[in-house]
Ligand binder design. Sequence first.
Ligand SMILES: *[C@@H]1O[C@H](CO)[C@@H](O)[C@H](O)[C@H]1NC(C)=O
Ligand SMILES: *[C@@H]1O[C@H](CO)[C@@H](O)[C@H](O)[C@H]1NC(C)=O
Length: 224
Amino acid sequence: MKAAGVGDVWVMVVVLAAAVFTATLANDPDLLQDVCVADKSSGIKVNGFVCKDIANISADDFFFAGIGKPGLTNTTTGALVTVANVEKIPGLNTLGVSLARIDFAPDGLNPPHTHPRATEIIFVLYGELDVGFITTANVLVPKHIKAGETFVFPRGLVHFQKNNGDKAAAVISAFNSQLPGTQSIALTLFTSSPPVPDNVLTKAFQVGTKEVEKIKSRLSPKKK
Ligand SMILES: *[C@@H]1O[C@H](CO)[C@@H](O)[C@H](O)[C@H]1NC(C)=O
Ligand SMILES: *[C@@H]1O[C@H](CO)[C@@H](O)[C@H](O)[C@H]1NC(C)=O
């Protein structure tokens, strides 16, 4: 692959994560102690996760090897998001940052979606992508980006990434939240449980029930 060396890439990743952490207002609440490693086994519900006893934390609470290799892109849309958030790295609890890796087959799409709790900044590891976000004034802000380049998706705004090239592509995403959350627009509207009523969708999209039912059945994993 024509990207920079692996060392360079990871230096960039660290720089990206640092940029997200320092250059924007933190969206997650500030931490009140050095660390608060998530105790997933606790039944206590708080904003985030309760802390493990400090005597019981280890380096592995801050470690994850899961985004070093390409993910399998044989998905419905030809793209796969692999997250490295507090669910995978308990030490991220209260720290306000996380990463993800997105792999794209040729023609792959990460469909329009939003992260309610974070701004996202992506760094292209290899390949080329057509990306964009849409402002609340309904203006599309599109860009063609390639290996070594960076693009930002402001918090909460709907955005997408499409590989129109004939080679695989991959990006590293950094977020200013330990758990950015994702709402994929099509899945949110057409596959929620219980379902959004057809008469909401027919009026919103100005189409008939048949079209709505068709989209619902196409997107529903069970009805394929
Ligand atoms: C530390 O972890 C062990 C094993 O998971 C557990 O049995 C023990 O109660 C923990 N200690 C504290 C102080 O949380
Ligand atoms: C994707 O490919 C992997 C490995 O080749 C295979 O195990 C998996 O079942 C495939 N998934 C789908 C949805 O086709």
